[in-house]
Design a protein around this ligand. Structure first.
Ligand code: GLN
Length: 489
């Protein structure tokens, strides 16, 4: 195994025993990025110089010994909508192409305090709106398993970089599936924590009632290690929850005996890809063999989730994105005949097509006369979806579904058809509307060698049941350890 192929905990051992230096590890990733990323396009910014400086510092600390922070010398990369002081935060948009952050997001402060090395910023759909990474101003990120297919979105850069060993692990954000859907397309682990679990201070807002930051990693154990660091109440984010943060690594046990796993019938619908369905059914068998009790459940309002989400997320986005006016942040177009024209030109030229579509949709559903029919109704549907979960979790500990209805699709295939693109999120959106935690883990491959993901959801703040069930599955299968064959390297 090469250094860039290892997990966080494997590198921790090598670094701690001083079998390798942090400089060796960091260089191995920087070289890998140079050799491979021109084909994948997962990085928007590579912070080579500062990463090397951080590595030198880390090695000094290792030499000194004593009490060392857990992520010391571990190179991690960050979705480009999380602010890092002194670096660009582009959000995949022309609007913020040259915007430099003046402060650190709380998750970044936490990573750095724990010794992590930041390798750079990762590509994404513009303002996190999309399911294929094709909405990035910097061009699409390709899927390392097949360069003609999409990496998923919006955290496609985070998923592809992690899958192609261009970082040890990454952070993404998930509003309607943006961590889990690309994780599933690229064959990695992606966790959307409970709403409120992780501070969003320094995360550029898309839809504030849904956005969450989460880890994207090569396996379940690494996800638990990162969760131990990024979770917790933050004085800078009033929506972060004051709920105790357990040591998630304690849930990494192979034990699902007696665990109740709910299988919702609404997720096994017409249009579900046959290979995806077969793989999930195989996975359910694995759980049964391990002594779990699998029961049929119903989440009756699932069919309304996509419609409700695209109303609510767009409404919130139209309000959040009002701040990009050419005055306060980023790009400014010609002022023409005055202020109004400057606003108009800036937003016309600075935003891409999909972002404009969401702003228009959001403004429409919030406008007087339509508010009750669309926005208010969607809020009511959201309450019903949340209630579906409350009822379900009275009967079971976790819920298992496919993460996506099909594996990664071809670049260009859905770009002209927004509705088809929106339907990619059909299985992931409900967890955001309900605010519950949800993970995607690798559970197999199609005959064409594309990864398939399984989604595991649990009740609010019960990431521990997710880790227990995900780890039990992982340790009894080998899908997570397969790597894409990057022949061009
Ligand atoms: N694909 C969904 C959308 O475009 C979800 C995006 C996300 O989770 N950020 O809105």
């Amino acid at each position: 195994m090469k250094l860039f192929q290892l997990t966080i905990y494997e590198l921790q051992v090598l670094l701690k025993n001083r079998e390798v230096t942090s400089i060796d590890v960091t260089k191995s990733f920087l070289n890998r990025i140079k050799n491979v990323d021109k084909n994948i396009n997962s990085y928007v910014t590579v912070t080579e110089d500062s990463a090397m400086k951080q590595a030198v510092k880390a090695d000094k600390k290792f030499k000194k010994g004593g009490d060392l922070p857990p992520l010391l010398g571990i190179p991690i990369a960050i979705k480009d909508l999380i602010c890092i002081e002194g670096l660009k935060t582009t959000c995949g948009s022309k609007m913020l192409q040259n915007f430099v952050s003046s402060y650190n997001a709380t998750v970044i402060t936490k990573l750095q305090e724990n010794g992590a090395i930041i390798l750079g910023k990762l590509n994404m759909d513009e303002f996190a709106m999309g399911s294929s990474n094709e909405n990035s101003y910097f061009g699409p990120t390709r899927n390392p398993w097949n360069l003609e297919t999409v990496s998923g979105g919006s955290s496609g850069g985070s998923a592809a970089a992690t899958a192609a060993d261009l970082c040890v692990a990454s952070l993404g954000s998930d509003t309607g599936g943006s961590i889990r859907q690309p994780a599933s397309f690229c064959g990695i682990v992606g966790l959307k924590p409970t709403y409120g679990r992780v501070s969003r201070f320094g995360l550029v807002a898309f839809a504030s009632s849904l956005d969450q930051i989460g880890p994207m990693t090569k396996d379940v154990k690494d996800a638990a290690l990162l969760m131990n660091i990024i979770c917790g109440k933050d004085q800078f984010d009033s929506t972060s929850a004051d709920t105790p943060v357990p040591d998630f690594t304690k849930s990494l046990v192979i034990n699902v005996k007696g665990m109740k796993i709910g299988i919702p019938k609404e997720f096994f619908i017409e249009g579900l890809n046959q290979e995806v369905e077969n793989n999930i059914k195989e996975a359910i068998k694995v759980y049964k063999n391990l002594g779990a009790e699998c029961i049929d459940i119903s989440l009756p309002h699932t069919e309304y989730a996509v419609a409700a989400y695209y109303i609510l997320a767009s409404a919130e986005a139209s309000s959040n994105l009002a701040r990009y006016d050419g005055v306060k942040y980023g790009y400014r177009a010609d002022s023409g005949k005055g202020l109004m024209e400057m606003y108009r030109n800036t937003r016309d030229k600075g935003f891409g097509e999909e972002v404009k579509r969401r702003i228009m949709l959001g403004t429409y559903v919030l406008s007087a006369g339509y508010y009750d029919a669309y926005y208010l109704k969607a809020q009511k549907v959201r309450t019903l979806i949340k209630k579906d979960f409350d009822d379900a979790f009275n009967k079971c500990d976790v819920i298992i579904t496919p993460t996506t209805p099909y594996p990664a699709f071809k670049l260009g295939e859905k770009v002209e058809d927004p509705l088809q693109m929106y339907l990619s999120d059909i299985f992931t959106i409900s967890a955001n509307l309900g605010g519950i935690p949800s993970i995607s883990i690798p559970c197999g491959f199609t005959n064409n060698g594309l990864p398939i993901g399984m989604q595991i959801m649990a009740k609010h703040f019960d990431e521990e049941s997710i880790f227990r069930s995900a780890f039990s599955f992982q340790q009894n299968t080998d899908h997570h350890s397969k790597k894409p064959d990057l022949q061009f390297f």
